[in-house]
Design a protein around this ligand. Structure first.
Ligand code: HEM
Length: 140
């Protein structure tokens, strides 16, 4: 998915967020619910715990990017669980937008367009596996 060099760039980029993970996830959900207030009721009232889980899973994926055999089944399982949370296919694009916006605000002008493109690719990689595993096309 990403080359060695690209993996290193995104890991370094991620380390900068991790220094301030709580603030980052708080801003992420603030942005998400500003873009799509109708998604708020899907989440528990206490969004702090949720934010930690989101950051934790991102770190696992980013640290293990080279080990597809490990991360792909884990991401697919996560996608299947999301169907039960009420997540729909179209929500993935909105969550991706909130993530990129939050990264933009966090790094201000201190991130390159290369870095931004890598984050978009990483998010799409994860979202595509989750969507695929969710079988949204099946008539149930
Ligand atoms: C790459 C995309 C995403 C990642 C990495 C991610 C990550 C997570 C993680 C790690 C959890 C904790 C529970 C679990 O592991 O099953 C979770 C829960 C949840 N996610 Fe996501 N998620 C993503 C996309 C979405 C989208 C598109 C939605 C749609 C609104 C969403 C809504 C939720 C909800 C409602 C919960 C449960 C919250 C609760 O029970 O309080 N997620 N997510």
């Amino acid at each position: 998915m990403l080359s060695e060099r690209e993996t290193r760039i995104i890991q370094e980029s991620y380390a900068r967020i991790y220094e301030n993970a709580d603030k980052f996830s708080e801003n992420f959900y603030m942005n998400l619910f500003e873009i799509a207030p109708d998604l708020r009721p899907l989440f528990a009232a206490d969004i702090k715990k949720q934010g930690r889980k989101f950051i934790e899973i991102l770190s696992i994926i980013i640290l293990d990017l080279r080990d597809k055999k490990l991360i792909v089944p884990m991401i697919a399982d996560m996608g299947r669980r999301h169907v039960k949370y009420g997540t729909e296919r179209d929500h993935y694009q909105i969550v991706g937008q909130a993530l990129i916006q939050t990264l933009d605000e966090t790094f201000e002008n201190k991130w390159s367009s290369t870095e931004k493109q890598l984050w978009i690719r990483l998010y799409n990689f994860v979202a595509d596996i989750m969507i695929e595993a969710s079988n949204y096309d099946d008539v149930s």
